[in-house]
Design a protein around this ligand. Sequence first.
Ligand code: MG
Length: 384
Amino acid sequence: MSDLRPPSPAAAIVVAAGKGLRAGTALPKQFAPWRGKPLVLHCVEAFARAGIKPIVVVVAPDQIDHARVLLAGIEGLRIEPGGVMRQESVRAGLQALAGDPPTSVLIHDGARPALPATVIDRLLIALETASGAIPVLPVVDSLHREGSGRVAREELHRVQTPQAFHFADILAAHRSWMGPPDAGDDAEVARAAGLEVALVEGDEALRKVTFAADFSQPAPRWPRSGTGFDVHRLAEGEELWLCGVKLEHTRGLVGHSDADVALHAVTDAVLGAVAAGDIGEHFPPSDPRWRGAASHAFLAHAVALARERGYEVGNVDLTIVCEAPRIGPHRPAMRAALSAILGTGIDAVSVKATTTERLGFTGRGEGIAAQAIATLIPLDEGNS
Ligand code: MG
């Protein structure tokens, strides 16, 4: 694509010297990974794709080595030490280009990683008739100022970067900047020097990445489902537990734990939904700790594990397969017990029963089978 363009007369400066304390990340924000790559690398690559060079990245003096490693191998890249204030860092970037000055320069905040080529094009076109150009977006919400009422939003713009200028003009403007100590952006510095700054259409994608939430879960997360199936043998002299409810019956289920076949199927469904193995892996029958254990602990463990991975149970549908006892009379108690362990409402839990028409091991009353499906939904950010 860039082969079709004339050689670009524009250079770029990426300002990445801030401490980024608001983001709550271990690294300075501009070096923290976002969608798989450091923020500042996204910016640099966007300029490189648009054929802009050289690209000067301005970082805090103690971050130069780190930046060299993160940005190694990018053609036309230079790393320069910045100052305490943003304006000082931009000036340092401009001074670094002054020896071999480009015609124009795009000055960009390293915390705006998604930089569309269309915005770069609009800025460079605007520079054909103006000393400077900045991307802006309209204010869509109503605005209100305490004490004085509504503010006309038509007069206001949200200002983004990159901001583009004729190089010699903006260099002179930064050199003559007299304060306040820092400038909000380069348009402010340009206007203070009497330069005309044109407005071009910005892009919502260019928003600044600011808070920790921006770094935590970039990819969309979908509901996940899992299935479970289990069988236990019926025998004399055993207790019969189903869904954490003890049923009076002539026989009960045999197993290492309480053999609650229904809870085991639901536990495997929940584990399956988050691809966390199966019940035998988490609670091996060979482990004496689980001898006679109440199976609600297994299900509670699976639910906690799912929460750790960012999911909660949306709903569960369980089918118990047996000729006897009759499940219907116990259904309300079973649903209540299950919903208490799952942390859901009762209406999110379905318990069904069927026979196999006297066929097979369930039909002959040799055992009880259960199968379940669980659908898990991503936890709300504020809910985790
Ligand atoms: Mg089992």
